[in-house]
Design a protein around this ligand. Structure first.
Ligand code: S3P
Length: 444
């Protein structure tokens, strides 16, 4: 189950261009995974809508089918909708999570509660990403797990009866927290996860929406979540649009010449840390029509061009802006004094080593950027030149390069662009619709 298939656009040349307008980005990836996983665990049919039609979400859907769930989905107006219904059992084949770390980590928590053996693997990138962070708590709950070399996929999960745990996670990871909560749904008693900083609370909110309360407290030292299984009810789940996808256009507006609006975006505080960073840099961000959908805050976001000042991102602010730190580098290089990112060593275990691949990508465009063990520093007052960027199989690096191209002095050729299918398959259509100039050079 790889998002990259023969015939997809894989090498593109993006020309300098002025972007502006409004764009409805795909459904949120994190929420789409959770709608499928939690919907399946309700035990009765659950209606889901607004899901992303992306490779990562398809990987979760395929995995749940292999585990015996009925997942009936169709594409309606570009978004995925349908019903999911559980009844999970031991899968009769290996589960291929493709490029999707969220699928693998969250499915491990589900597999831990199923009698039998589940084998979870993925593409070359995913097989290089650590799973000991979920192996350890699930083992403490009574499941048996084996990973390649002790810490990498394939991950073999022998599930069954689980006991509750109080798990102190060394990393502030929503994937780890959610994995343990999913397993906790099958344990008898209260499962607790303590993390060193708050991370996105989509699982907690969606469980609440489905009638299963989760207690969450956040203080300066820790985030603590507690779940005592009481059962879920089949409420429809509507997924809001993805702020991590919207971030590409909102940063493009902040460094460009025209405003850009992204309607209907999830504005969960654990996700819009990049908006806080843009505002701290002096960008004007307008948030309109704030509403709530399926337990999540939703709004229309508009960013206006303006003069940006330098900033530093560190500590808890890093977790809330984690997936957007690559594209925020572009706001940094257009600011007066630049952007410094600290405490972001987690970037090294994403779809690529995002500190290294970002530094290589911007370096290929003549940008001065310093690699740090836990982040980067990009001086301000710079303009990228044209050049050739390799995405290294990482969708967010590919899309960051495309936005860099819009403000460059010459065209940017991006190879490995097919990787964007894991989160944002319609990115090039939206880039064109906003005024971008794109030449397709090659297909996979
Ligand atoms: C995600 C959590 C984050 C994020 C990833 C999606 C999720 O990972 O980087 O893209 O849906 O829970 P970590 O929680 O492991 O940092």
């Amino acid at each position: 189950m790889s998002a990259v298939r023969p015939g997809m656009v894989d090498v593109v040349r993006v020309h300098p261009s002025t972007l502006g307008g409004s764009v409805a980005v795909p459904g949120d990836k994190s929420l789409s995974h959770r709608a499928l996983l939690l919907g399946t665990l309700v035990g009765e049919a659950v209606e889901v809508s607004g899901l992303a039609d992306s490779g990562d979400v398809q990987a979760t859907a395929a995995a749940l089918r292999l585990m015996g769930a009925q997942v009936d989905l169709e594409v309606r107006d570009g978004d995925v909708a349908g019903t999911v219904c559980g009844g999970l059992r031991e899968p009769d084949d290996v589960i291929d999570c493709g490029n999707s770390g969220t699928s693998l980590r969250l499915l491990a928590g589900v597999a831990a509660g199923i009698d039998g053996v589940s084998v979870l693997t993925g593409d070359g990138s995913l097989r290089g990403r650590p799973v000991d962070r979920v192996r350890d708590p699930l083992q403490a709950m009574g499941a048996r797990l084996t990973a390649r070399g002790g810490r990498l996929p394939p991950l073999v999960v022998e599930g069954g009866a689980l006991r509750p745990v109080e798990w102190h996670s060394p990393v502030a990871s929503a994937q780890v927290k959610s994995c343990v909560l999913l397993a906790g749904l099958r344990a008898s008693g209260t499962t607790t996860v303590v993390s060193p900083a708050p991370s996105r609370d989509h699982t907690e909110r969606m469980l609440g929406h489905l009638g299963q309360p989760v207690e969450r407290t956040v203080d300066a030292a820790a985030e603590t979540v507690r779940l005592t299984p009481t059962g879920m009810i089949p409420a429809p789940v509507r997924v809001a649009r993805d702020p991590s996808s919207a971030a590409f256009w909102l940063v493009a507006a902040a460094i460009g010449e025209q405003p850009i609006t992204t309607p209907g975006v999830c504005v969960n505080p654990g996700r819009v840390g990049f908006v806080d960073v843009l505002e701290s840099m002096g960008a004007t961000v307008a948030s309109g029509d704030l509403r709530e959908d399926s337990g999540e805050p939703v709004a229309d976001l508009t960013v206006n061009p303006g003069n940006l000042r330098g900033a530093q991102v560190s500590g808890a602010a890093v977790v809330a802006a984690l997936d957007e730190l690559p594209v925020l580098s572009l706001a940094g290089l257009r600011s007066d004094t630049g952007l410094e990112v600290l405490d972001a060593q987690e970037l090294r275990v994403k779809e690529s080593d995002r500190i290294r691949t970002l530094v290589a990508a911007l370096g290929a465009l003549g940008v001065e950027i310093e690699e740090r063990p836990d982040g980067y520093r990009v001086p301000g007052g710079q303009t990228p030149q044209g050049g050739v960027v390799h995405a290294h199989g990482d969708h967010r690096i590919a899309m960051t390069a495309a936005i860099a191209a819009t403000i460059s002095t010459g065209p940017v050729e991006i190879t490995g662009f097919a990787s964007v299918a894991s989160s944002y398959p319609t990115f090039l259509d939206d880039l064109r619709a906003l005024g971008g100039r794109v030449e397709v050079v090659a297909h996979t």
